[in-house]
Design a protein around this ligand. Structure first.
Ligand code: FAD
Ligand code: THG
Length: 811
């Protein structure tokens, strides 16, 4: 795009995020960029002005890890007048407890799955890698050669200069105090400059696009546009020691030794010449109210050091690194930066104000990757990496409440270095959202976890006496946590008799009004202009054909649809794109539903409903269950005969109780999420956002059947040749159960990674769905899944693994 057609962009905030956004936008031809900061340039006083800049690429998220690898790559290519922006000293994470050794192996596996080289090394090698680590203090280490130190202020300056060379402006001492808008669009911003106190220095900057990159000021900036920016500013302690004996006389370079993490004690370390910098997450959470920041200081993000919080951390540091004994702390501060409820950044466009974008709660580590994603999003329509877990609009209203953000983010601070199992349930506030069946589930001994704000049963203790329990192989280690063989028995009982599943948390959206049909048909990949009473499985795609989400669309009337979706991000997309006259209403909270599935489902339902239940697969009908009006969909995510049964929330208990009473004589069980997952993987039903994302084409994800010719986003791109495929791997040993996110090997090469995994009780095998290169995806191909350092053999299998002819669904 030429400069003259560039939209006018204002970036608020010249930290490491704002500068990177300006660089990435101008690189893509959007050159009319103005970056405004309330502070003086080029060190305006935000978190970036004093971040010690450790870049560890390991993370719980594939997307974050790849944001980090791009940051490493980009910052390595930058310099400021010959001085480095990234110093590739490598990273070393040490284990002082046996559980951490396992965790290092798990992280090593994760890094292999995202293509970052790493090695688990013994104590002697740790000592050889780091001059202050004695071999007798550690059990093992994880060495990541490409980790290192980012010099955030230099990276800001270097990226700003590039952007300026392409036409951008950077203006300091311009505090944005108002965002100008017209008819739901941004039109510019108004600032007060440093001299505003004397009544001068007010200015307006017209803009078509505004990007909020204000770091922990986010909640204040968001308030200008009525946007709750759900992050919590918290102080975190960082200190520099006096010269350390073991670091003296090592030459003039700022840092040579790898950055070091001692996660068993929530500590990290970096060299500053002959001094050591130490950061601690071991102290109490110290939330900061951004409204009470000091206004007339150069470093509003730096608070006074609180030595009482520091003392235990320093004792732990000295225990690991004996060279620190007797070494004083020369300087320390409590530095502020942003934490979110789930540890992920906030990226995306304001739900109601077009042209107002946000990139907040971003570490230096991820800054370049985030900025690239945002620039692609603006310029191309969608980022090339999957960003759904970072989407600004991923939260429900309650999850944006200050109380929720404060509680979850504080917990994230405390747990930032903890060993977290993917199924560890979050602490409070709980329960947040409960289905009307919650009371009954509690009576049945449900073991709950919480996902997306909803309480969800994993399994039910009341099923412990099922005869099937004895057929489920026992487990050890991670795979055994938050799991019980009872879950496997619930799955078998569903295949053998009938199971009752809570479907209330599934996002349900009513789309209605003149044009509703044309809207959904033009938005998704399948044909939804079907007879009233039909259900259609269909996909929302990016312009380049990537799978944003899979939906079920039920036609309830000429211009009335119920859409089964995957969370708030889908609702946001539907709302954003709906034309005038089409109403998009999230009905999830006011409604509830169950899945009644299994060979005896018809027996159960016909005993409580006088309606004709002979309507076919993927058909919908309004029926009555006792006195309860119900929308019944002949759909089954577990691959058995049966229905999803929806009603309004007030009648939920009546629905559950009627079915429960009728189910007794048919051996019905209440079944939880683990059973659900095992059964869906036996059938090969994908979970959007987990198995496939916006990075994957439908054909690659095994979803070509849901794509029809037509005019919808992505239509032109869907026929591209698959480069890789999502396929099931069956483990050779049925007892080998992995967790997800493990690397998959062909010979000695990591060629892919696991998405979802579970034990398939009906087929008695460990199932791991995995992405593999197309030429290694044929059934029969031998592969190995690396699990805590062990290579578990398996083989690519043909799918579906269970009932390939679908006889269960259409008996
Ligand atoms: P900032 O750098 O805070 O920039 C936001 C800018 O917005 C500021 O310059 C501010 O002046 C400006 N602004 C705010 N409101 C307005 C307004 N109304 N108008 C105009 N301008 C406005 N990250 C790592 O990756 N590795 C680490 O090792 C690491 N260690 C850290 C240690 C400490 C002690 C601290 C405090 C942070 C650390 N971080 C680390 C986190 C990292 O520093 C931040 O996440 C990152 O710098 C945030 O960058 P940003 O551009 O979003 O925010
Ligand atoms: N139920 C409803 N809506 C949903 C889901 C659901 N929307 C979101 C998510 N789950 C969508 N995922 C799926 C995945 C697979 C199927 C249904 C929803 C499914 N697939 C069959 C198959 O692949 O063979 C049938 C597809 C077809 O005939 O077109 O059933 O759980 N309401």
């Amino acid at each position: 795009m030429s400069g003259t057609t560039s939209p006018r962009v204002v970036v608020i905030g010249s930290g490491v995020v704002g500068a990177a956004v300006a660089d990435e936008l101008t690189e893509r031809g959007w050159t009319d960029v103005t970056v405004l900061d309330r502070g003086a340039l080029s060190l305006p006083g935000g978190s970036s002005s004093h971040a010690p800049g450790l870049v560890f690429q390991a993370s719980p998220s594939r997307t974050l890890a790849r944001f980090a690898t791009y940051t490493v790559e980009k910052m390595s290519s930058l310099d400021l007048d010959g001085r480095w922006c990234f110093n590739p000293v490598g990273g070393l994470e040490v284990a002082t407890e046996p559980a951490r050794v396992d965790e290092l192996w798990r992280r090593h596996g994760f890094l292999s799955s995202v293509g970052v080289e790493s090695a688990v090394v013994g104590p002697d090698e740790c000592a050889a890698l780091h001059p202050l680590v004695p071999a007798d203090r550690v059990l093992a280490g994880l060495h990541i050669p490409t980790d290192g130190l980012a010099k955030a202020p230099r990276a800001v300056e270097a990226q700003a200069r590039r952007a300026i060379a392409r036409g951008a402006r950077f203006l300091g001492e311009q505090r944005v105090v108002e965002v100008l808008r017209d008819k739901g669009r941004v039109t510019g911003v108004r600032t007060e400059s440093a001299s505003a106190a004397d009544g001068r220095g007010e200015d307006t900057f017209p803009a078509d696009v505004v990007v909020q990159c204000t770091g922990f000021w986010g909640p204040l900036t968001g308030a200008l546009v009525d946007l709750p920016t759900p992050l919590l500013p918290m102080a975190h302690q960082y200190a520099r020691t006096a010269p350390v004996p073991g670091l003296r006389d090592r030459g003039t370079r700022e840092a040579v030794a790898p950055i070091l993490r001692h996660q068993d004690r929530d500590l990290y370390f970096r060299e500053h010449g002959e001094r050591l910098g130490i950061g601690s997450y071991a102290h109490r959470p110290i939330p900061i109210d951004p409204a009470n920041l000091p206004t007339h200081t150069e470093m509003p993000s730096s608070f006074d050091f609180t030595p009482e919080d520091w003392a235990p951390a320093y004792a732990d540091a000295q225990a690991l690194l004996p060279a620190l004994q007797g070494v004083e702390i020369e300087h320390g501060f409590n530095g502020v930066f942003s934490f979110t409820a789930d540890g992920m950044p906030l990226l995306g466009e304001h739900p109601d104000l077009q042209g107002y974008w946000v990139a907040e709660a971003v570490w230096v580590t991820h800054s370049c990757g985030v900025a690239r994603a945002l620039a692609e999003w603006l310029v191309d329509g969608h980022p090339s990496l999957d960003v759904h877990a970072c989407d600004l609009n991923r939260f429900t209203e309650a999850q944006r409440s200050p109380a929720y953000v404060e509680q979850r983010a504080s917990r994230n601070f405390a747990e930032v270095y903890d060993i977290l199992h993917p199924l560890d349930p979050p602490a409070g506030p709980r329960p947040m959202r409960t289905s009307p069946f919650h009371l009954r589930q509690q009576e049945l001994g449900a073991v709950f976890t919480e996902i997306g704000g909803w309480e969800r049963p994993l399994w039910f203790a009341s099923n412990a006496d099922l005869p099937e329990v004895g057929r489920i192989p026992t487990r050890e280690g991670w795979a055994a946590r938050h799991w019980s063989p009872v879950a496997g028995a619930e799955a078998l009982a569903t295949r053998d008799r009938v199971g009752l599943y809570d479907m209330t948390p599934l996002t349900r959206v009513e789309v209605s009004g003149p044009g509703a049909c044309a809207f959904l048909d033009g938005l998704t990949s399948n044909n939804v202009d079907v007879a009233v009473g039909r259900v259609v499985y269909t996909l929302m795609l990016t312009e380049t054909g990537g799978v944003l989400s899979d939906l079920t669309v039920t036609r309830l009337g000429e211009e009335l649809f119920q859409v089964g979706a995957n969370g708030e991000v889908d609702v946001d997309r539907l709302r954003r794109l709906a034309p005038a006259g089409v109403s998009v209403r999230d009905v999830t909270a006011g409604t509830c539903g169950v899945g009644l599935w299994g060979p005896r489902a018809l027996d159960v339902l016909s005993s409580v409903s006088a309606d004709d239940l002979s309507f076919g697969y993927f058909r919908a009908k309004r029926i009555h269950i006792g006195a309860v009006p119900v929308l019944a969909l002949r759909v089954s995510y577990v691959g058995e005969l049966g229905w999803e049964l929806y009603t309004s929330a007030d009648q939920g208990l009546a629905l559950w109780d009627a079915l429960w009473a009728a189910g007794a004589e048919h051996g019905m069980v209440a079944a939880g999420r683990h059973a659900f997952t095992s059964l869906r993987l036996e059938k090969g039903y994908r979970a959007s956002g987990v198995d496939m994302t916006s990075e994957d084409l439908p054909a690659e994800a095994g979803l070509a059947f849901a794509v029809k010719p037509g005019e919808y986003p992505g239509a032109a791109a869907v026929s591209a040749e698959p480069r890789r495929r999502l396929v099931p791997v069956l483990m050779d040993d049925p007892g080998d159960i992995v967790m997800g996110a493990e690397p998959v090997y062909s010979g000695d090469t990591a060629v892919g990674y696991v998405t979802s995994a579970a034990y398939g009780p009906t087929i008695d095998a460990g199932i791991a769905y995995a992405w593999l290169p197309a030429d290694l995806a044929a059934p029969g191909t031998p592969v190995a899944v690396e699990y805590f350092g062990a290579r578990l053999p398996g083989v690519v299998a043909a799918e579906p693994l269970f009932d390939p002819e679908g006889k269960r669904l259409r008996p």
